[in-house]
Design a binder for this molecule. Structure first.
Ligand code: GLC
Ligand code: CA
Length: 550
């Protein structure tokens, strides 16, 4: 299996990237138009979120036809042009395979509903009485995870929206269909795949109520996961392509297998524990300031244990399902730039393949919308209603949605200061927020001190220094809570990475293990001392300062 250790991936949410025909909806031609920008940034791959035929209830994660392009995004020839132009620039395309479920508009599901037994077996249909769902499992988007079909007198499982019916992976015909879809896109010349919520595909044999949780412990990382992944990879011949699996509520032990080269499953995994450190009681819909110590502990565990097992992580702060990083962990005001650079640096110097989500590289911020009607995401709208039902006032509910909505990352890419920040000449499907409107690509392109310039520097650094791509990693625990600190090592070379995650000055004590390591070390990034070397004094980090010594 090839490794992708010195590569960097850029995630594009096409509907919000660039609109070329003024319909307010970003399109594939828009991605092609911006390839030079991505080439200049230095990324190796683009992961495109789904652009297949879909009713768009969940913005394309509800697929009705895996082999055709939704006309909103363009045509197959637009895709072929994008693929050819990307390849000219040395950029590969990764497509998003949503294989846990299909849209209920997919012809398989329609046939199932029409009574075709073969297709009923493509999904998880269970007979039962209309009043009692087969289990009490909760859908990830709110409400019970089963829907009753009157015509069939059966329930079907939907772990996500009611229009996203879970596929039955136990049925070999389903697995064959999905493998054919991979072969179809592989033949079109794509470079790799991202597999959506892939660790939910292996459902348990018996369906039980969950009296402790929402059901996820029964269907997450299920019994046949490794078997299904191995089969999928082997039968489609994608061992050497770049693949990443999205792992929902997973464990390190499971991910060690999924992303170990010897297992021939996936090149790498996304896990999300570090993005739950601001969930009060583990509940996404209860706010609390993020727990810095927990964040550091999670990275320590994942980074060190995956390294020990020779398994590989995808590293990232955000994606199309998450809030903006600076709004969440940094400072939207005075230290906007510093915090943007700090969090970028901390991720890019870790052990793993970094993923940059569109707009992150210029420091885009959360929406700060003032009315629920400005939100579009099905999850946000469902949970707004649930919060109101639970007794929250409208403004309390809106405050939670403002922090947690997936739309925070789905507003249009901010290119320049023309209409709609240069995203579209028409009416965008979701508005460009007033807040943070001046944060654009154009305003940073020629600024050496910009967040954008810093991302370019980090990508270049990875290409030039094997210690970043191939080095080992160790976290230091003997540091103030606000400081994240780790060491990378390759052969005799050692780098120490330090970041102050707070808006205060922090002193790292003189006798700490780190200070002793730094004596005489060069500064690779940052301007901590003028001499370019650590001068042996007490180490003081400015607000959100990021320094790499090597
Ligand atoms: C993944 C996607 C998310 C989608 C869900 C269901 O988590 O990233 O956007 O809603 O799967 O497909
Ligand atoms: Ca368009």
């Amino acid at each position: 299996m090839s490794d992708f250790k010195d590569k960097v991936v850029y995630q594009i949410y096409p509907r919000s990237f660039y609109d070329t025909n003024g319909d307010g909806f970003g399109d594939l031609k828009g991605v092609t138009k911006k390839l030079d920008y991505l080439k200049d940034l230095g990324v190796d791959y683009i992961w495109l979120t789904p652009f297949f035929i879909s009713p768009q209830r969940d913005n394309g994660y509800d697929i009705a036809d895996y082999r055709q392009i939704d006309p909103r995004f363009g045509t197959m020839s637009d895709f072929e042009e994008l693929s050819a132009e990307a390849s000219k620039r040395g950029i590969g395309l990764m497509l998003d395979m949503v294989f846990n479920h299909t849209s209920t508009e997919h012809e398989w599901f329609k046939k199932a509903l029409a009574g075709d037994k073969k297709y009923q077996d493509y999904y998880i249909f269970v007979e039962g009485s209309e009043n009692v769902p087969p289990t009490n499992w909760v859908s990830k988007f709110g409400g019970n995870a089963w829907k009753y079909e009157d015509g069939l007198k059966k329930w079907y499982l939907h772990l996500f929206d009611v229009t996203q019916a879970d596929l039955n992976w136990k049925n070999p015909e389903v697995r064959k269909e999905l493998k054919d879809i991979i072969r179809f896109w592989k033949d079109k010349g794509v470079s790799g795949f991202r597999f959506d919520v892939i660790n939910l595909i292996s459902k348990p044999d018996s369906l039980e109520n969950d009296y402790e949780g929402d059901g996820r412990r029964f269907y997450t990382d299920g019994p046949k996961m490794d078997e299904y992944l191995k089969e999928l990879v082997k039968d489609t011949g994608i061992e050497d392509m770049i693949t990443v699996g999205e792992m929902s509520s997973t464990t390190i032990a499971n991910c060690i297998n999924y992303a170990n080269p010897d297992e021939k499953e996936l090149s790498m995994v996304f896990s999300f524990h570090h993005l739950k450190v601001d969930y009060k009681n583990g509940d996404k819909w209860q706010l609390m300031p993020y727990d810095k110590q927990a964040l550091k502990n999670i990275f320590k565990d994942w980074q060190e244990q995956m390294a020990k097992a020779n398994s590989w992580n995808a590293v990232f702060w955000t994606n199309h399902d998450q809030p903006r990083t600076i709004s969440r962990f940094g400072d939207e005001g005075k230290y906007w730039k510093e915090s943007g650079k700090l969090f970028a640096g901390l991720i890019h110097l870790m052990r793993g393949t970094p993923y940059i989500y569109q707009g992150e590289e210029i420091g885009m911020l959360n929406t700060h919308f003032t009315d629920i009607s400005q939100y579009k995401d099905v999850e946000s709208l469902n949970y707004y209603n649930i919060l109101i039902e639970q007794g929250k006032t409208k403004s309390e509910a809106l405050k939670i949605i403002n922090e947690r909505s997936r739309d925070n990352c789905r507003t249009p890419m901010q290119w320049d200061n023309t209409k709609n920040d240069g995203f579209s000449t028409g009416e965008p499907w979701i508005e460009v927020p007033e807040f943070g409107k001046s944060i654009t690509v154009e305003s940073q392109l020629n600024d050496e001190d910009s967040i954008l310039a810093f991302y370019k520097k980090l990508i270049r650094l990875r290409k030039e220094n094997k210690i970043i791509s191939h080095g080992n990693i160790k976290f230091f625990t003997d540091v103030p809570e606000q400081v994240m600190c780790y060491e990378r090592a390759l052969g005799d070379e050692k780098w120490v990475i330090l970041g102050n995650m707070s808006a205060e000055k922090i002193v790292v004590s003189q006798d700490s293990e780190i200070n002793q390591k730094l004596g005489g070390k060069r500064i690779i990034i940052g301007n901590y001392v003028n001499t370019g070397k650590y001068n042996g004094n007490e180490l003081e980090l400015k607000p959100f300062e990021f320094v790499v010594f090597g």
